[in-house]
Each structure stands twice: as structure tokens, then as C-alpha cells.
Design a protein around this ligand. Structure first.
Ligand SMILES: [Zn+2]
Length: 294
């Protein structure tokens, strides 16, 4: 993993390519044979995945995971494990009945239906299908189209994950600004538009990896409402919104770098437009503000 990251840095590969390298070189190692053992606790695998993403984007390890998933439009590895297990199960059903794996599955299933809860693998498949609303497939074992089953299970798991992601976003106190400009779960376009250095700088700003009082106050245990701006004497919250659009000490910088539109009457809509814009020019300008402050 570190070798892939090292090469990515050396050749200045884009974020998308580096994620692709993770999926093609590291994930197959992590998930080797997971169809059989994937029912266990897999947090350790997800930790590797998130660590890769955080190192790639130069983020603090304390950056909330929902921000990492959200910026990169990534799904947890757990989804791959579940889809592969269901796919393996479907293949098993249509395979030869005399095969050892098939005989073993029949025995395990019978035991499970008679109340033996120790058979985790069978229980795992049953749970996935139940949670995806396919209890009838588990009961009838009627899988005519394996590809279809694989696709719909994957889609439902993704839908459930995105739903949970939205809940974390709306519940987290750290995401008060983030949820203004992050409205959709998807890979952020700015990673494609900007060069990797600038993209990472913008990503760090968006994901609270900066040194604005709203963040440094947290480290010093200052109450949220007392984390004032340390540039002007306005006694206003020193958060991303204030520095980007409001702080009077940055007026000159703003005049110099931002279109006039953003100078007049700042509001949440303009904040959203600046930080979520897909236009290179505006994104680059917002980064200058960050660079001048950090
Ligand atoms: Zn200020």
C-alpha cells in the first residue's frame, strides 16, 4: 500500500488513478477468498481502505470517515465482501449437487434451520438477503439469473450505505459547514479539474483539515460558540464561512481574487456556489484564500 502511494506521489498520478490502483492491486489481496471467510469482523480491512484514502489526500487520521467517503464517492469494502459472498452462494446453488462444497452447504443450512446459530457463513448469507429484501430468494433458493442477483444486491447495499452516510452528515456537529456545500454523494469533480496538489489543498479545506479557530478551538477544548475569528475584532465564529466570505481583514485579498459577485451581500447560497463549483477558476481562487491564511 505504501509502495503504491509512494509511486503515486512520485509520478504525480491523479486521485482517480491512485484509487484505481488501490482497487486493482491492494483490494484483491485484502479480499482474497472473502467469499468464504467474509462473515467475520472486517473492520480491520476498512481501516486499511480509509488509511489509504486519508494518506492519499493528506488528511488527519481524525477526519470524519463520512467526509472521506463523500469526497471520493467511495463505498466500504464490506459491500464488496457481501456481493462476492452472495455471488458465490448463487454459483454454488447452480453447481453440481455432489460437489463437496455443495454437500457441506446443504448440511450447514439444515443445521442452521434447526436452530444451530454457530454456522456463521450460512447465517451471513441469510442476513444479507433479508436486509436487501430478498428473503424469498433465500427460502426458495431460486436464482435463475446470477448476474441480476449480484447487481440488485450491490445496488441495495449501496443505497443503504448512502442513506446512513446522509444520516451521519446531518447528525454530526463537525459537518455544519460541510453539509452546505456537500449535497450529493459522488466523486468530487474538482479532483479531475485541478492538478493533484491544488485538489488536495481544496479537499483539506473542505474536510476541516485547516487551522481556522473553529478547528483549533476544538483541540483546546474551547466551546464552539467561543471560537472567534482571530483576524478581525468582530467576535464572530472563525469558521470556513466567515473566512471565505465575511471576515473584513480578508477584504483586500477577496477583492483581488474573487469575482465581484461574491463581494456583495454574502450568503449561504454564495458559499455553496464557491465551494461546490465545478468551474476551475472559482475553485482556484478560493484556494488562494486558504493558502493566504494557513
Ligand atoms: Zn474575521
Amino acid at each position: 500500500m505504501y509502495e503504491v502511494l509512494k509511486m503515486g506521489r512520485l509520478y504525480k498520478l491523479s486521485v482517480k488513478i491512485q484509487l484505481d490502483l488501490f482497487d486493482k492491486m491492494i483490494k484483491p489481496i485484502l479480499l482474497y477468498g472473502c467469499e468464504v471467510w467474509g462473515f467475520g469482523k472486517n473492520e480491520v480491512l476498512e481501516r486499511v481502505h480509509l488509511k489509504f484514502c486519508k494518506i492519499l489526500l493528506n488528511l488527519k487520521s481524525s477526519t470524519p470517515n463520512y467526509m472521506v467517503y463523500g469526497e471520493l464517492g467511495r463505498y466500504p469494502i464490506d459491500i464488496d465482501i457481501k456481493v462476492r459472498t452472495i455471488s458465490y452462494w448463487a454459483r454454488l446453488l447452480s453447481g453440481k449437487q455432489a460437489k463437496f462444497s455443495n454437500v457441506f452447504y446443504r448440511l450447514s443450512r439444515n443445521l442452521n434451520e434447526n436452530g444451530d446459530t454457530n454456522l456463521n457463513w450460512v447465517y451471513f448469507i441469510r442476513t444479507i438477503l433479508n436486509e436487501c429484501g430478498f428473503t424469498y430468494i433465500w427460502e426458495t433458493e431460486n436464482v435463475n439469473n446470477k448476474e441480476w442477483l449480484k447487481c440488485v444486491v450491490k445496488q441495495r447495499l449501496i443505497d443503504q450505505f448512502v442513506q446512513n452516510w446522509q444520516t451521519s452528515l446531518s447528525d454530526s456537529s463537525k459537518a455544519l459547514n460541510y453539509r452546505i456545500f456537500k449535497t450529493k454523494f459522488e466523486f468530487e469533480e474538482y479532483f479531475n479539474i485541478l492538478n493533484i496538489g491544488d485538489a488536495i489543498r481544496l479537499c483539506r479545506f473542505r474536510t476541516t483539515n485547516h487551522y481556522l479557530p473553529i478547528e483549533t478551538g476544538r483541540w483546546r477544548n474551547i466551546d464552539r460558540e467561543n471560537r472567534y475569528c482571530n483576524l478581525c475584532n468582530c467576535q464572530k465564529l472563525g469558521d470556513e464561512y466567515h473566512y471565505v466570505l465575511e471576515c473584513s481583514s480578508l477584504n483586500d485579498k477577496r477583492k483581488q481574487l474573487l469575482p465581484k459577485y461574491f463581494m456583495k451581500r454574502h450568503n449561504v447560497v454564495k458559499f455553496f456556489e464557491l465551494l461546490s463549483t465545478k468551474k476551475t477558476i472559482a475553485v482556484t481562487k478560493i484556494m488562494y484564500i486558504y493558502q493566504t491564511y494557513q
